[in-house]
Design a protein around this ligand. Structure first.
Ligand code: CA
Ligand code: ZN
Length: 295
């Protein structure tokens, strides 16, 4: 099944009309625009000419049959195919160092199968990831720039090929969407942009009855991580750590104090992004120290 990039929405909401219905499990190939709706694709394009109403498009929403509130939408990222050009920018007032800039700057970078070319000087190894991915929240509408319990703009580098994302379902059909693919991005996304790249993403969608996590959980070959977005990085770290402790208690025969000691020894607090309206952190724990190594 295929979904083209002219079917986009700019918020996650239960009032958005589905552009695709699918049974589950199903693989869906989703074309995405970059976070600027492909408006900045040439080196001399200007940030100031941007139509800000078209920022952070997510392709969708996809109605997943059988997904009901309280269920879990399991999203396996099977493949991310990148365009050959990506855009990175920074400007006065935005990001961690926006106060150190005057004006606005951007580069359009060439992308090969292995690397992205920075100024003809450095070949940056690709670190493909999906910035915006989520489902409709229970109430109201959350714009695609903001991450939360529903996913959204989590800008988390772990959301890459081979990873499995578990999202809580809040509304019938889940109303899933994704966009904002980055070819390369450092943890934090400090300059407010990754290498923003149109792409084609293939995901496998499955419904797990019940078990909705409070915040999204990501699994890769070696680890599980809880991804939490809060007003501050401090709060996000604390809450992700707490949720991981509770997650492990259900999957380990160890006592709570022993789990906490083990988390302290082999678990990692990592920062996803520090530049969006809510900040995102994750707590990463290796599967090999769990008795039950499943979601
Ligand atoms: Ca983003
Ligand atoms: Zn982005």
């Amino acid at each position: 099944m295929k979904l083209s990039n002219d079917k986009v929405c700019f918020n996650f909401s239960k009032t958005n009309k589905p552009v695709l219905h699918t049974a589950a499990p199903a693989s869906v190939t989703i074309q995405t625009l970059d976070c600027f709706s492909n408006q900045l694709r040439k080196e001399d394009d200007k940030l100031q000419s941007l139509d800000w109403d078209r920022i952070n498009p997510a392709t969708g929403p996809v109605y997943v049959e059988g997904a009901m509130p309280g269920d879990t939408l399991k999203v396996t990222v099977e493949q991310i195919n990148l365009d050959t050009l990506g855009t990175v920018c920074c400007c006065k007032g935005d990001g961690v160092l926006g106060h150190m800039l005057e004006g606005e700057y951007l580069h359009v970078m060439n992308i090969t199968d292995d690397y992205a070319d920075f100024l003809g000087k450095y070949k940056l190894p690709l670190r493909k990831m999906i910035g915006v991915i989520g489902v409709a929240p229970k109430e109201g509408s959350i714009n695609n720039g903001t991450p939360g319990m529903h996913g959204g703009n989590m800008d988390t580098a772990m959301i890459t090929e081979g990873a499995v994302l578990y999202l809580p379902v809040f509304v019938e059909g889940a109303l899933f969407g994704l966009g904002d693919v980055h070819s390369v991005m450092g943890d934090g996304e400090i300059g407010v942009s990754g290498l923003e790249t149109p792409a084609e993403v293939t995901v496998k969608l499955e419904v797990i009855k019940g078990k909705a996590p409070e915040y999204p959980i990501i699994e890769n070959e070696n680890s599980f991580a809880v991804i939490v977005s809060k007003e501050t990085v401090d709060e996000a770290i604390r809450y992700a750590t707490k949720l991981m402790c509770l997650f492990l208690e259900e999957r380990s025969s160890l006592s709570r104090p022993d789990i906490i000691m083990l988390m302290s020894l082999v678990g990692d607090v990592q920062i996803s992004q520090v530049v969006d309206p809510q900040k995102t952190a994750r707590f990463v724990f290796p599967k090999k120290y769990m008795d039950k190594r499943e979601f």
